[in-house]
Design a protein around this ligand. Sequence first.
Ligand SMILES: [Zn+2]
Length: 399
Amino acid sequence: MAEVETGLEKELFPWHLGVFDAHCHPTDTVASLDSIASMKTRALTIMATREQDQSIVANFANKLGVSEEPMPILMATEKPLGRVVPSFGWHPWFSHHIYDDRANSSVQDRQVSSKRDHYGRVICPSPRDDQEFIRSLPDPRPLSDLLYETRSHLERHPIALVGEIGLDRSFRIPGTILIDNEYEKDPALTPGGRDGRQLSPYRVDLDHQRMLLTAQLNLAGEMQRAVSVHGVASHGIVFETLKATWQGYEKPVLSKRQRKRRASVGTAYENEDKSEGEQRKPKLASPKPFPPRICLHSYSGPSDTLKQYLHPSIPVEIFFSFSALVNFSSQSKKAVGVIKAVPDNRILGESDLHAAGDRMDDLMEEIIRTICHIKGWSLEAGVKQLASNWAHFVFGQRW
Ligand SMILES: [Zn+2]
């Protein structure tokens, strides 16, 4: 990123107040996981994305996971009780591996007649005649199977999130040609990602991606878990897909006068805005088709879309997280405007990095310094605000 002249650069970074990474992938580099215990960042929200990393995330959460009780992690100074919040989900880059076998599926032959038929249908342009490419893909897996597995992980990890899920209009599926013919370019990386391959011309059909996203949002709603969402080159359609899940559940938008009236007659009204600083008791979670909280990770949409998400009728608390890697690589000007526009209590910081360790700490420091500068916060106030926002996002309570 372009160095931001903050004047804060020399100020010592207040790690002791608690820094929380809202979205990262250290399980992509399993060897790096041991370094989490000695990192300056207090806790990592670790995303699963595909077949190969679900159990790595689960196993690691068993080892270093956060307990159900959020306070130890927030207060921990010397001996943190947990450093990991796991998140289970299927990323859009791997969405073609899944086929919709549910009874209400719009796909005619739910039994998936053949691997070739399935991939021929969900990948565009259709690779039906590209046998080598089809052969390189795994046997498709039924959606019911994936949802069953995700549900079991969520049951075993009561604070786990759902993610990373989402839509991506611009990505292309890795093909069969290896870059420089070095298949094991980086043997340290967990397989199932790009694996040193050149990108093919193929993309996953957006309707198929939406089907998978919606199914996972519904599961998160049923289990009342927060969600981390990926949206690239598809901001409008991400919003439409999320919105469809809460259709019919919108909050009534009251005028100031109506709100006053309700308050004066003592009506307990669940959806009333709480006054600033008021502690909110966690609500009893009842299943719904949409999650209670959503983080739009490495948010790169325009300020206009941001406004849609902040409309008072939306029954979901939407957070926006930013990373030095994505938001401040090429489009910093846009990100500055968006960060200014995000409400103070809805902003999060993330590394989105594929390995734990010093680099992850550096990226967290970098994005937090940048956010503080843009927001006009002191580092101390900013780190505290971001910690409180992260706890609100993950645990569903205001701190
Ligand atoms: Zn990610």
